[in-house]
Design a protein around this ligand. Structure first.
Ligand code: TMP
Ligand code: ASP
Length: 254
């Protein structure tokens, strides 16, 4: 079979030309990086799990009316997505203090925030993804005020929905990063959720033990990284135990 044309290679994913115009194939690698590529490693099986987890979350978000780039999962490591023009922002939504917010403001990790906080970072590896304000975003033309309104509205709805979904399976959604893209349909442009949502891009803590179930296990050398990703998939009901026919819905925790 002819090798598909590679469009883009990121740290954890590769994008290939899709089977039809306007589509791409998103391939999930096992590679992991942290601290802007300074720490590198491989988490065996991560790509397979993130493909499944992101598929599941994007589908559930689609069901509540969040437009996404997701079309369908193709195989263990690949999904078909709509081709979008990525807005060069990492949109971070935080519910509980952790990571760079804790460092920046000296707030202990685990402190509940008075309300959810949205932050924007300019997607640029050479600059180390600097934090930016809405002023920078509109002045430099990465997005206009109307786009930002859409992005903020979508981000808050996504946060509300995912917070509840994870709570139902005994997981606290501490914070997460999402990306958006512009989808052109003729003259019409819609902003849609793109990229992925997975334990690579979220902080997920066990509700009872506060155990970390996300990429912080890799960033901070806590061990059992793959097991943590597997446990997230298992609780979501998407880790087939007796083969692919054994898929169940999420198991509600008491
Ligand atoms: P931070 O506390 O390091 O700023 O991270 C906030 C959230 O964003 C956390 O859930 C991890 C996620 N994130 C990414 O997905 N990619 C990144 O490059 C960074 C820095 C954070
Ligand atoms: N995404 C990484 C992190 O979460 C940063 C990087 O890719 O270099 O720390």
């Amino acid at each position: 079979m002819a090798r598909r044309r590679q469009i883009y290679e990121g740290k954890a994913k590769v994008l290939f030309e899709g089977p039809e115009p306007g589509t791409l194939v998103q391939y999930f690698k096992d590679d992991a990086t942290a601290f802007n590529n300074k720490k590198r490693g491989v988490i065996t099986g991560k790509g397979v799990l993130n493909n499944r987890i992101s598929e599941y979350l994007m589908m559930r978000l689609g069901e509540i009316g969040i437009p996404t780039h997701f079309v369908r999962r193709l195989n263990m490591r690949e999904q078909l997505v709509r081709e979008v023009e990525i807005i060069p922002l990492e949109v971070v939504i935080r519910n509980v203090a952790a990571g760079s917010l804790s460092q920046r403001f000296g707030v202990a990790e685990g402190t509940a925030l008075p309300r959810s906080i949205i932050e924007y970072y300019y997607k640029n590896d050479e600059l180390g993804d600097p934090m930016v304000s809405e002023e920078h975003i509109t002045a430099f033309g990465w997005a206009n005020v109307h786009d930002l309104d859409d992005i903020m509205g979508l981000a808050l709805r996504i946060n509300d929905f995912l917070t509840g979904l994870f709570l139902g399976i005994g997981i606290r959604l501490v914070d997460f990063k999402i990306e958006f893209g512009r989808l052109w349909e003729g003259e019409e442009m819609r902003i849609v959720l793109a990229d992925e949502i997975s334990p690579d891009s979220c902080r997920l803590w066990d509700l009872k033990t506060n155990e970390k179930m996300d990429k912080d296990r890799f960033r901070r050398d806590l061990g059992n990284v793959e097991e943590a990703y597997q446990e997230v998939a298992r609780r979501l009901g998407i880790l087939p135990e007796g083969g692919p026919r054994d898929l169940k819905g999420p198991a509600t925790m008491q």
